[in-house]
Design a protein. Structure first.
Lengths: 504, 120, 491
């Protein structure tokens, strides 16, 4: 019940605001954001770590004729991601509330719908329900980009939707096929509950194409390199707070999908396509980094760095080791928080540089803005996985996992770590240091600007000090997620896990 | 099997033969002179020159009334078989027929009221 | 004396929907002749709506009381009730949507509404048909008033063109169907659907070329009416030319009736021959999906676009028919109802936009609608999202159900075609949404015409039902599967 409430709260407040009128819309949205965050944190605190497993489970038959369940739960795998989503949504709503929006009623409605859909995708324990929320996520962002975006927003948003839905619709067919073919393969009726489907794996041949459909949907959403064509335009025209939500959590749904669905349900296919996906991951790391340090657009630095970071997450998952999966999970959370901070900081920087987000038109902002400089530096260091940051732990675990399973990939991926330092520091130096040749406004963070950013920074610092609680909760489920696929690929996922225990 | 088609085949043959015969007989027995007279080349070769001018059009009412006539005429035909078998069906058929006729009258009233019968 | 009347046994209560519609149609025709134009302008539509309401109630009372009536010519079962209600509802909404059109100028109100009711009777008879002759009678009674209705805007050339085109193509379709029915009769020796079923079951697998040819021709003939590719060429022109309320009616009710009888024939007597006809239907479905979706791309007229899209939607529906199980038929019936509702929403918006702006039917007329009239644009958005099959709408659940049926029935490739077709369809559905919300209107003209509340209400109601069908689909889906069950068990 709590989970249904959590899921529907952003949507409900958004809808209420849209109906009740212009004056109430902002307070309602902020209330919804903070309420969601409060609820999520409350659930996380009440999550019995000692007990583990699925808690707060809701399981009702939703569409009886099709066997679709309204099944939501919190387990170690999605706990952190749900809190992350609530946190990012709250920050974004606050950031939006502090600026003026055109047509605010619809804006906050779409924002709330987006947040609800993301929460739904994380919480869903029914395959079709997951797909439904995965598709639903896209709808509000289509409007958010198309209506409140800048530049060629219509073209950008159409491109984004077509790209993403190409994958999602294939996934829809594949998901339905999973249920139907499982039924015919095992000669018994099954519903779409993930736990039930997991018990009855598909035939090896079927797994292959079904897995590829799922992978297509997730890789487009992340995005991974050959499928990232929509990213540039969409990122360029998205309003910044919307971008924070989009980049912060939506890409994580895709990565989570691999862990939650693709590996446990199609272990044989995951094992046989391991090399392909590792290749895509490495390509994303290298190519994303290269793009990030050649672009002059502050926003795109964040965007391309996301490609690289999600490449890390992808190889972590497809190392098919416990360490890799755990690192990936931690990195999802880290990246979500850091992205929110970075995107909002880009907005602040642009306001100092006469609205331009071009790194070339910035420079020397740090002189008169020490707090901004420190905040930016913390976010940048976290993003480049400075030792002592939680990102470092995440990337370390990923690389360790990959090293144990496919060494070559790990070696190339290490390059990515170095490249991250290059592009992040380059962006920081270009924007903040150097002589002020462009006449930027050297004004420090105002309270209004700081309000949504500072919690993210605080969270970065907190996670850096103590990533352990997060890792502790995710260890069991992350290992469980990779075991079937690891078995199929003849990798021992645990050997490395015990070694990691010694490290900690 | 084919026996049942015999009348039809005979009918077709007969029709063909008679038609051809009449067409040919005209040329054989008719007067040989004056082949290209005005009456000969006119569309209706019935002896009299046509009175109808080129731009002539029938009034729309003509079509209207002709069409309505056919409609009502055909519907009346439906009454005939019932009349023949009325005894066997009894009162039920009478009631049915009355409804049918009443509906016809509705149609007639409609046509009248809409002015389809007034000559324009 | 009354007792002496020797009448055949007639189940008047099961026949009631048909009789009440007939009486209503006659009364409406007469009502169109009396009183002043002012009186007629509300009396005639009012009487039509009353007739439809009475019919709907009578139909509802037949739910779960299947009965074969009139010497086995009609079968009033759950399929008849469901699709009959759909057609009656579509007719009622057509009446509401045309309340403000200037029919007095062209055809009188009486004729317009009477023809609408007559074509509805045709649909009811067609859906309920249990005999080859009844099928043809129903189809003709459906078609002929519709030809006239297409041409009711006498002052507009396109309307006449639409009527004539529909007449000619429709006649070809009718003739094809009639020929097919004749061959089926020749092959099986009976016009009664159950007896045909028995005859086919006795002979076993379909080897009789006569029967195969008859089946093919019948499918082709009904495909004309349902505008499935490759029998769809008339659709864009007729949908564009006909008055928009009539187009709405055709796009919803005619399709439902045609698919209903196709369902009844194929899943009824021809079920033993499922391996023979399923590939044919699958090919027609694929063609419709491909042709419809690609045809709709780049259309600037909303009505034309919706016409092409309706071709594609028929393809989706037929993909459910291919799987002749209660799962497939349930999906088909559910999606058919959802399709009707979302199409109604789209056309209602088009009608309202046509009234209030000069180029309301063109895509350009929708520019900036989101700003001018957010509710109207919202209804259109829901409709487009649903037609495209995105959650949380009925269209999503409907497609899901059809894909599920296809996957379970071993037609996975058809499900993939359906999904790819939906992907293409985004190209034009999203274009409408983008035009409404993301482009500025060319000039902020103040609407000269007053907004029509009832049309907006219809659009919003249909949009709300579309969403409801996506959020709470359990109940309607179960009813749809009941319908599927009765069709299969009735043979």
């Amino acid at each position: 019940m709590e989970l249904t409430l959590l899921l529907l709260l952003p949507l409900a407040t958004g809808l209420l605001g849209a109906v009740l009128g212009n004056r109430l819309v902002k307070p309602l949205a902020v209330l919804g954001g903070l309420g969601t965050l409060g609820l999520a944190v409350g659930l996380a605190l009440n999550y019995d770590t000692a007990l583990g497993g699925s808690q707060f489970t809701v399981d009702k038959l939703w569409v009886k004729p099709l066997g679709i369940h309204w099944a939501l739960t919190i387990d170690g795998l999605n706990l952190a991601l749900v809190v992350l989503t609530a946190f990012v949504y709250a920050s974004v709503v606050v950031a939006c509330a502090l600026r003026e929006q055109e047509n605010p009623r619809l804006f906050y409605f779409h924002l709330g719908l987006g947040a609800s859909a993301v929460l739904g995708a994380f919480l869903a324990q029914d395959l079709i329900l997951f797909v439904l929320f995965f598709d639903l996520m896209l709808v509000p962002f289509y409007f958010l980009v198309g209506q409140w975006g800048t530049g060629d927003r219509v073209g950008a948003t159409t491109k984004m939707v077509i790209y993403t839905l190409a994958g999602s619709l294939l996934m829809l067919a594949a998901a339905v096929a999973t249920g139907a073919l499982t039924a015919s393969h095992h000669g018994q009726h099954v519903d779409f509950l993930i736990s039930n489907l997991q018990r009855l794996p598909l035939g090896k041949g079927t797994q292959q194409w079904v897995f590829l459909c799922f992978a297509a949907a997730f890789l487009v959403k992340m995005p991974a390199v050959p499928l990232h064509g929509w990213l540039k335009d969409a990122y360029k025209s998205m309003p910044l707070p919307v971008l924070a939500l989009f980049s912060g959590v939506l890409s994580k749904v895709a990565a989570y999908g691999f862990l939650k669905l693709a590996l446990p349900l199609f272990p044989d296919a995951a094992a046989s396509f391991q090399d392909l996906l590792l290749g895509i991951g490495v390509l994303s790391i290298v190519y994303g980094s290269a793009l990030a340090f050649t672009t002059n657009d502050a926003r795109l630095v964040v965007g391309y760095s996301s490609i690289a970071q999600l490449g890390f997450i992808l190889i972590g998952i497809f190392s098919l080791t416990s360490d890799g999966a755990q690192g990936a999970l931690l990195q999802m959370v880290n990246h979500g928080i850091v992205t929110v901070a970075l995107v909002l900081i880009v907005g602040v920087l642009a306001s100092r540089a006469k609205g331009s987000e071009d790194l070339g038109s910035m420079g020397g902002i740090a002189m008169g803005a020490p707090v901004l400089a420190v905040v930016f530096l913390i976010a940048a260091f976290a993003n480049l996985a400075m030792p002592a940051s939680a990102n470092f732990v995440g990337e370390f675990l990923i690389l360790k996992g990959v090293f144990d399973s496919v060494t070559v990939v790990a070696v190339i991926a290490c390059l990515g770590v170095a490249m991250a330092a290059v592009y992040m520091l380059r962006a920081y130096i270009r924007a903040m240091h150097g002589p002020d040749t462009n006449g930027v406004e050297q004004r420090d963070l105002s309270l209004r600007e700081a309000l949504p950013i500072l919690p993210a920074i605080a969270l970065i610092l907190a996670l850096a000090l103590s990533p352990q609680p997060l890792l502790k909760r995710s260890e069991g489920p992350a290992t469980a997620a990779v075991i079937p696929a690891a078995k199929a690929a003849n990798i021992d996922p645990i050997q490395t896990a015990t070694a990691a225990q010694g490290k900690r | 099997m084919l026996n049942s088609y015999l009348p039809a085949i005979v009918f077709l043959l007969l029709g063909g033969v008679v038609g051809t015969a009449f067409a040919l007989m005209n040329g054989i027995f008719g007067p040989k002179t004056n082949r290209r007279s005005a009456s000969k080349t006119s569309p209706y070769e019935c002896g009299l020159p046509s009175d109808v001018q080129q731009g002539f059009r029938f009034g729309i009412s003509f079509y209207m009334i002709a069409m309505l006539f056919i409609l009502f005429d055909i519907e009346v035909i439906f009454l005939y078989p019932i009349a023949v078998k009325l005894k066997e069906f009894g009162a039920f058929a009478l009631v049915e027929t009355s409804i049918f006729v009443a509906l016809l009258f509705v149609g007639f009233g409609y046509v009248w009221r809409r002015g389809a019968l007034s000559w324009r | 004396m009354i007792a002496a009347i020797k009448a055949p046994l007639i189940d008047w209560s099961a026949l009631a929907p048909f009789t009440s519609l007939t009486v209503g149609a006659v009364v409406v025709l007469i009502a169109g002749l009396v009183g002043s134009a002012r009186l007629r302008s509300w009396l005639v539509p009012g009487l039509a709506l009353v007739t439809l309401a009475v019919t709907a109630v009578e139909l509802l009372s037949r739910w779960n009381h299947p009965k074969v009536i009139v010497s086995e010519a009609l079968r009033v079962d759950n399929l008849t009730v469901t699709l009959g209600l759909l057609c009656v509802g579509a007719a009622a909404f057509a009446v509401i949507l045309s309340l403000r059109s200037d029919t007095e100028e062209g055809v009188g109100r009486g004729e317009y509404h009477s023809l609408l009711l007559f074509t509805t009777i045709g649909m009811l008879i067609l859906i309920a048909a249990n005999d080859l002759v009844t099928i043809f009678v129903g189809l003709e009674l459906l078609s002929i008033p519709l030809y006239v209705l297409c041409a009711t805007e006498l002052r507009r050339e396109h309307s006449l063109e639409a009527g004539l085109k529909y007449l000619i193509v429709g006649s070809v379709g009718s003739a094809t169907l009639l020929y097919g029915l004749a061959l089926i009769y020749g092959a099986t020796g009976s016009t009664s659907l159950p007896k045909i079923g028995v005859a086919i079951s006795d002979t076993g697998a379909l080897t009789d070329p006569l029967l195969l040819a008859g089946m093919a021709l019948a499918i082709a003939g009904l495909s004309f009416k349902a505008s499935a590719a490759p029998f769809h060429q008339w659709t864009p022109d007729v949908y564009e030319g006909a008055p928009t309320p009539v187009t709405t009616f055709m796009a919803t009710a005619t399709k439902a009736a045609a698919l209903g009888i196709l369902l009844r024939i194929l899943v009824g007597p021809l079920l033993p021959a499922v391996d023979d006809w399923a590939p044919v239907i699958a090919v027609i479905a694929t063609l419709s999906i491909v042709v419809g979706n690609f045809g709709a791309l780049g259309q600037d007229s909303l009505k034309r676009m919706l016409a092409w899209s309706s071709v594609a939607q028929v393809g989706y529906l037929l993909a459910g028919l291919v799987v002749a199980t209660s799962l497939g038929i349930g999906a088909l019936v559910f999606y058919l109802v959802v399709y009707a509702v979302m199409t109604l929403a789209a056309f209602a918006v088009v009608i309202e936009n046509e009234r209030t702006s000069d180029d309301g039917e063109r895509l350009s007329g929708f520019a900036g609608l989101g700003r001018r009239r957010p509710w109207l644009a919202g209804a259109m958005t829901v409709s487009m999202l649903s037609l495209a099959g995105l959650p949380p709408t009925g269209g999503f659940i409907g497609k899901l159900a059809i894909i599920n049926a296809d996957a379970s029935g071993g037609w996975m490739w058809l499900a993939i075609v359906l999904v790819l077709g939906s992907l293409v369809s985004l190209g034009y559905y999203l274009r409408v949404i983008a035009t409404m919300w993301m482009t500025e209107g060319s000039a902020e003209k103040t609407p000269v015409v007053k907004q029509a509340r009832e049309i907006v209400a219809v659009a919003l109601l249909a949009a709300a039902v579309t969403i409801a069908a996506g959020v709470l689909p359990s109940w309607p889906l179960e009813r749809a599967q009941d319908v599927g069950q009765t069709v299969i068990s009735s043979r």
